[in-house]
Every structure is written in structure tokens, then in C-alpha cells.
Design a protein around this ligand. Structure first.
Ligand code: FDA
Length: 393
């Protein structure tokens, strides 16, 4: 019997394996460890965020993430990255990226976890509880007996990369509740008219404040052939539900009406799109004028018409028809109900020795390095707890 079996060699599983001590086996059905780390952050892995705080996470219980995030912080991970001499930089909003490649982080994690055996191209297919621990069926490999079992198989996002939802199955098998799961940090899609508008503007990116259900994000908005994307949209997708509207304010922080009125007085013969192009990219300015139904020069516009144009720019109301789904979602919102887990250790309250970490748990971070920080913090919490119990206990 081994001390610890970790299912999943992603961010959380690898980091947990670096701390468990004793005999530890990590299995993953992928052909390489940390595949999502590899593709993350455009190949440079946004590995944490300087501003990480519980407020940056969504969960049925917003307090659950506090203990792990406080005990293993973003600063602890930055120290580790520094000790491994991995060069990094802050891009924006506290987001830390590797200077060179996300592979630096994978190499570091594999090296940190060198005390554990890593077995790839191996699936966990069934789990059975025994008086001493667990018997887990591996394919290939047969049955492995372990004292502690850590489920780190992630969520449902990007099935092409090996996401399975296996963690939810295991949780339910052992009497845990699983909250509703949905794709998050995902582009939003629209009906035909808006889709056409987006396609015409495809490739264009502009700063925006996007709001839904009382939450707003000030980041870039990107038009694509399928709808809207970019950081502002990915962020708001975690708060949006089917049938609800989102509000888009283009050119946030700019006094649109005042600028247009001043221009009307100074240069009344300027066309409205040209005047608005002082504030917005030209194509977007033309689109806003079209949506507001204005034509002619600035001098032809009444205050009321300019106010309509301001509304088209600053209060664009949109009702998405859906999202691009798990195919492109960066994370899964929802998951294993935190009510059944110990917030300090990630251990099941129903089954001693069983741990759930990482994205599988109902803790979802904002875009910007928060999800990896949750993987590190929750993996650390479980790994150090197992180590503290000592070998063979
Ligand atoms: P993760 O999904 O990483 O690992 C789970 C592992 O379990 C996988 O390796 C899988 O193969 C394996 N597995 C599943 N079922 C199994 C089974 N039955 N048997 C054996 N193995 C099994 N976050 C962030 O903070 N900064 C960023 O820059 C990005 N960028 C980013 C880009 C893209 C394209 C995506 C899809 C996601 C991100 N993320 C991100 C999110 C981040 O990747 C994610 O939150 C973490 O990888 C979650 O770590 P886990 O270890 O929990 O799951």
C-alpha cells in the first residue's frame, strides 16, 4: 500500500505531490504533465496575481477559499518561482507571467515533485473504500491501494485536452453534493443581427466597462466572428446567466456627450462618425452612429440626438444567446460543494483520507492568474496535511 495516490498531474495535483512526502504516485491520462499550464497565458502562464484575495473568487461559500489562500499566498509562489530563477514580469492588473515560457513552470513543478512517481497515459476508472484507505483501478496498471487519495482531475473545460468531470463522479460516489457547473471565462455568443455586427468588427479591440448583475469589469473587449470576447467579456461570463442582459460602456472614463457638444460648437461640419472617432476606433464609431440612427454633420444634431449617441456608446444593452461552451471556456464554474470539505485541508468531511483540490472544487477565480493560485493554495493545503500525518498513518 502506498501513502498517497494523486489523480491528475495538472497544476493542483503536481503542486500537492511536491508536499505530501511518503510514497506518492501521481497518475494522469494525458501524455504530458501540466498540459493546461503549457497552453495558459498564451504560452507564458499567468501563474498568479499580486492582488489575490477572496473577493476575486466565486463560490457557493465565499469564505471557503480564505484559509488556503492565506496559508499559501501569491507571495509564497513568487518566492518559489524566484528560487528557481524563472524570469517573470507583471503584465497588467497584478498579473504575473513568465518572461520565456510556461514550460518553465511545468519543469519547476515536476522538479519540486521529484519525490513522487509520475505515471502518464494512465486513467483512474474506479474507486473503492477499504478500512485502511482506498483501492483505485488504473488503466493500464490494475488496482493500487493507498492510504490517502487526492482527486485533482480538474473541471470540464476543454474536453479535447482531457477534461473529464471525473472528480464530480467520485464526489457523488462518496456522498458529496456537486453544485451546478457551467462554462466560465468564456466568449459570449449572440443572435443573427448582433453576430453580423460582431463579424463586421471582428479583430477590433477596445477598452470597455462590461456589467452584469451588479458586477463590472474595466478591461478590453474584443469583437470576433462568433460574438464578443476579450478579458472584459470572459470576466463577466462568470456572472451572466441565460436570458440576462449585459451592459457595455465603450470609452469608459470619457465624457462622450460633453466632447461631442464641444466639437459641435467648434467644428459643426464634421461628420458624426469622424467626431466620435476622436474617442473610439473609427469602425466602432461608425457602428455606434449606425446603432443610434444618426446621419449628417454634428451641426445637424440636437442635444437629444447626441444623448442617444452617448447612450449607444456608454449604455449598449446586449442579450447574449449563449457562450462558446466548454470547448473554449478557461474554467468550470461550480463543482464539488465546499460544505462537504474542510477549508483548512481540503479533506472530505464524509470520508477521512479523501481530498479534493483545484478546479474540481466549487471555487472559481477571475481571469488573471487567480485560478492557478487556487490550484497552488489548495494543493499545498492537502499536501502539507498529508505530510503532517506522517508516513503510514
Ligand atoms: P487541470 O485541468 O490543470 O488538471 C487536471 C488533470 O487531470 C489533467 O491533466 C487531466 O488530464 C487529468 N485527468 C482528468 N481526468 C482524469 C482521469 N480520469 N484519470 C487520470 N487523469 C485525469 N489560469 C490561470 O490562473 N492563469 C492562466 O494564464 C490561465 N490560462 C488558461 C488558458 C486556457 C486555454 C485554459 C483552458 C485555462 C487557463 N487557466 C488559467 C485556468 C487553469 O488552467 C486551471 O484553472 C487549472 O489548470 C486548474 O488546475 P487543476 O490541477 O485543478 O486541473
Amino acid at each position: 500500500m502506498i501513502d498517497t495516490l494523486i489523480l491528475g498531474a495538472g497544476a493542483a495535483g503536481l503542486f500537492c505531490a511536491a508536499h505530501t512526502g511518503g510514497s506518492t504516485l501521481v497518475v494522469d491520462h494525458a501524455k504530458a504533465p501540466g498540459e493546461k499550464i503549457r497552453i495558459s497565458g498564451g504560452g507564458r502562464c499567468n501563474f498568479t496575481n499580486l492582488h489575490t484575495a477572496p473577493e476575486n473568487f466565486l463560490s457557493g461559500n465565499p469564505h471557503f477559499c480564505k484559509s488556503a489562500l492565506n496559508r499559501y499566498t501569491q507571495w509564497d509562489f513568487v518566492d518559489l518561482v524566484d528560487r528557481n530563477r524563472i524570469p517573470w514580469h507583471e503584465k497588467t492588473l497584478g498579473q504575473l507571467f513568465c518572461d520565456d515560457s510556461s514550460k518553465d513552470i511545468i519543469r519547476m513543478l515536476v522538479e519540486e515533485a521529484r519525490g513522487a512517481e509520475l505515471r502518464l497515459r494512465t486513467s483512474a476508472t474506479a474507486i473503492e473504500k477499504t478500512p485502511e484507505g482506498f483501492r483505485v483501478t488504473l488503466d493500464p496498471g490494475g488496482v493500487v491501494a493507498c492510504r490517502h487519495l487526492v482527486v485533482a482531475t480538474g473541471g470540464k473545460s476543454i474536453p479535447k485536452m482531457g477534461a473529464t468531470g471525473f472528480a464530480y463522479q467520485v464526489a457523488e460516489q462518496f456522498g458529496h453534493q456537486v453544485t451546478e457547473t457551467r462554462p466560465a471565462l468564456v466568449p459570449l455568443t449572440f443572435g443573427d443581427a448582433m453576430k453580423e455586427r460582431c463579424a463586421a468588427l471582428s479583430g477590433l479591440s477596445a477598452p470597455a466597462r462590461v456589467s452584469c448583475n451588479g458586477t463590472s469589469f474595466d478591461e478590453a473587449l474584443l469583437f470576433t466572428h462568433r460574438g464578443l470576447s476579450g478579458p472584459a467579456i470572459l470576466q463577466i461570463s462568470s456572472y451572466w446567466r441565460e436570458g440576462e442582459r449585459i451592459s457595455v460602456a465603450l470609452a469608459p472614463g470619457t465624457g462622450v456627450l460633453d466632447t461631442l457638444k464641444a466639437q459641435r460648437q467648434a467644428r459643426g461640419r464634421t461628420s458624426v462618425p469622424n467626431a466620435l472617432a476622436e474617442i473610439l476606433p473609427k469602425r466602432l464609431a461608425e457602428d455606434a452612429v449606425d446603432r443610434a440612427g444618426l446621419s449628417g454633420n454634428l451641426a445637424d444634431q440636437s442635444d437629444a440626438r447626441l444623448a442617444d449617441l452617448e447612450a449607444a456608446v456608454r449604455a449598449w444593452q446586449l442579450t447574449p444567446t449563449g457562450s462558446e461552451g466548454y470547448r473554449t471556456a478557461e474554467v468550470t464554474l461550480g463543482g464539488i460543494d465546499t460544505g462537504g470539505l474542510d477549508a483548512r485541508t481540503m479533506e472530505s468531511r464524509h470520508v477521512p483520507g479523501l481530498f479534493f483540490i483545484g478546479e474540481a472544487v466549487d471555487v472559481t477565480g477571475w481571469l488573471g492568474g487567480y485560478n492557478f493560485q487556487w490550484a497552488w493554495s489548495s494543493g499545498w493545503a492537502a499536501g502539507t496535511e498529508i505530510a503532517a500525518r506522517g508516513v503510514g498513518q
